[in-house]
Design a binder for this molecule. Structure first.
Ligand SMILES: C[S@@+](CC[C@H](N)C(=O)[O-])C[C@H]1O[C@@H](n2cnc3c(N)ncnc32)[C@H](O)[C@@H]1O
Length: 548
């Protein structure tokens, strides 16, 4: 058995952990939860960045540029610009920088024989032509100008594209230049723009890969994980586990059960000026790539039909009610399902039709009818089904956004959460700890495998209240499934009686990952197995987490 350390790695999977494990991770499975779009979409509405169409007046600060939080903001006053900080651990910039550095290093190797004079860089705001050579893990194309090895970061492009771009900012220390995509001059063989189903593609910052074949998107996703190990794990290559093929989402469009479009406050309003209100409906949508001004979005084809209808309805409502608002707002659009079984013989079919039927999207199967509606109230309760499991949630709280992938995803975990029988002559695993459990997705869907019971912990009291309710709705007793509302490190007080050799820990932390105190205690507890799910993009099954 090997003893290896997994340094903070898999940045794109939010795996920020310092594990020392006796066996290498068995496998890493990646999931294409988000198809052609970027997970930052919609959930982080204010993540736009400012690129003024012409250079801004000196001293004016423009909004954020999401990909380069310290380097890439819109122009900042000279004083602020001097204080550029290094990319934060786990940040988008750190991932981009690792890819840029790897590409620069590969170029240096091939160019060693023919040293060339570095060419002066093009002026800011100038328009240039570049050839895209690689796709970064951030989804941006990495490109070069003919006759130069300098790297340009170009959104909405794929390897093989020749694109016209506008130079936005040089980052000489990092060795690359950030640009804005203007147009494709010569398309890559990988590109087929007839695949693009959204009229806002390459304007809205949500989706990145609609021009790519889905199989290619899945390969890219796998490569993100491969590179995450290479760039961040600090493992010797022989200890890097196999990264399996990515399992695709059953739906590539029409899958997203939650959107949060937003609108800005009335134009010209500042914090100190009197609240004036809107004179007409403001643009409602998402932040585009190239400016901070909200892009008015009429439709979003990656959302489910119910959510798309919700967007249309909310836009219509705001046509009339815009004057009720004096500042900007974020609108919640969350799908909810009312399921009516077809074999209910106790009532007449028409009695089973729910109130909301008229306003809902009806989905028929052999055994039930689902009536899907869109909730806009954060405090209302949404209902989702995963196979025959039912989950209720506060509509504004976290729940996985791609319902279509949850049946195969939870089934995959069921198939792999326990070690293969042949490899476990030791005690059987009996208990499950679901850290960061939310409303109980893993605690409940995996519960049948754990005769010693499952325990879920989450800091959000509301989610835990719903987790308890969900356990009951799914016919589970407290001895089978219990929940604690607390900070994750508190968990270890409640599981002192658990035998670590008989325990699996599922980790599904928020984007920033597990904190140091949690990880230290996890290492001390040393469960037999850990299943790490990072942003539902990857599942890592690790054996034998042990302290050093
Ligand atoms: C990515 S969600 C996963 C939820 C759940 N596993 C699911 O799939 O529905 C992360 C969860 O971590 C919770 N969380 C964030 N910080 C936490 C902390 N310090 N301790 C415990 N839970 C925390 C959030 O409330 C959220 O429910």
């Amino acid at each position: 058995m090997h003893s290896i350390s997994l340094r903070p790695f898999l940045t794109s999977l939010s795996l920020h952990s310092q594990f020392r494990i006796k066996q290498p991770a068995a496998t890493i499975k990646t999931w294409q939860n988000f198809t052609s779009q970027n997970p930052r979409m919609a959930s982080l509405p204010a993540e736009g960045r400012a690129l003024p169409s012409k250079p801004p007046a000196e001293g004016k600060t423009h909004g954020k540029r999401p990909h380069h939080n310290n380097h890439g903001h819109g122009r900042k006053p000279a004083k602020m610009r001097k204080k550029e900080k290094p990319a934060q651990e786990g940040s988008h910039e750190e991932v981009l920088l690792a890819d840029v550095q790897a590409l620069l290093a590969a170029q240096r190797l091939t160019n060693d024989a023919v040293p060339t004079e570095p060419k002066p860089l093009p002026e800011q705001w100038s328009e240039i032509e570049v050839d895209v050579v690689e796709l970064s893990s951030t989804g941006d194309g990495l490109a070069k100008q003919k006759g130069s090895d300098h790297i340009y970061v170009v959104p909405f492009t794929v390897p093989g594209d020749t694109a016209k771009v506008k130079v936005y900012r040089h980052l000489p220390k990092e060795g690359y230049t950030v640009t804005d995509f203007l147009s494709v001059i010569k398309p890559s063989p990988l590109r087929d723009d007839s695949r693009i189903q959204c009229q806002y593609f390459a304007k809205c910052s949500g989706c990145q890969f609609q021009m790519l074949d889905y199989a290619e998107q899945l390969r890219h996703k796998r490569n993100i994980v491969v590179k995450a190990y290479r760039n961040f794990s600090q493992l010797p290559p022989e200890l890097v586990p196999d990264v399996l093929e990515t399992i695709g989402s059953p739906l590539q469009y029409g899958y997203r059960t939650k959107l949060t479009p937003h609108f800005d406050g009335p134009p010209g309003q500042s914090r100190r000026s009197p609240k004036t209100g809107f004179k007409e409906r403001p643009p409602i949508g998402f932040t585009p790539k190239a400016t901070r001004k909200v892009l008015d979005i009429e439709d979003c084809p990656i959302a489910t039909d119910a959510v798309r209808k919700g967007l249309r309805d909310e836009r219509k409502r705001l046509e009339v009610e815009f004057d009720k608002y004096t500042k900007g707002a974020t609108i919640l659009l969350r799908e909810s399902t009312k399921r009516v079984p077809k074999d209910d013989t106790t009532t007449q079919p028409e009695e089973n039709i729910p109130e909301e039927a008229e306003d809902s999207i009806k989905v028929e199967t052999d055994s039930y009818t689902d009536y899907k509606t869109c909730i806009t109230d954060n405090n209302a309760t949404s209902t989702e089904y995963i196979d025959d499991f039912i989950f209720t949630n506060p509509a504004g709280s976290f729940f996985q956004n791609n319902n279509s992938i949850l049946p195969p995803f939870t089934e995959y975990i069921r198939q792999h959460i326990l070690p293969p029988l042949s490899s476990s002559p030791e005690k059987p695993i009996r208990t499950l700890i679901d850290a960061y459990s939310g409303s109980g997705l893993f605690t409940i869907t995996q519960s049948s495998l754990f005769p010693g019971g499952s325990i879920g912990i989450d800091i959000a009291e509301k989610s835990i209240a719903f987790a308890r309710r969900n356990a009951v709705l799914n016919g589970l007793r407290e001895s089978q499934c219990r929940f604690i509302a607390a900070d994750a490190p508190e968990l270890f007080k409640s599981v002192a009686a658990y035998d670590p050799d008989e325990t699996v820990v599922v980790l599904d932390p928020p984007r920033k990952g597990c904190d140091a105190s949690f990880l230290a205690q996890l290492l001390r507890f040393a469960p037999r197995r850990v299943v790490y799910t990072g942003h539902v993009e990857g599942v890592a099954v690790l054996n034998r987490v042990k302290d050093i």
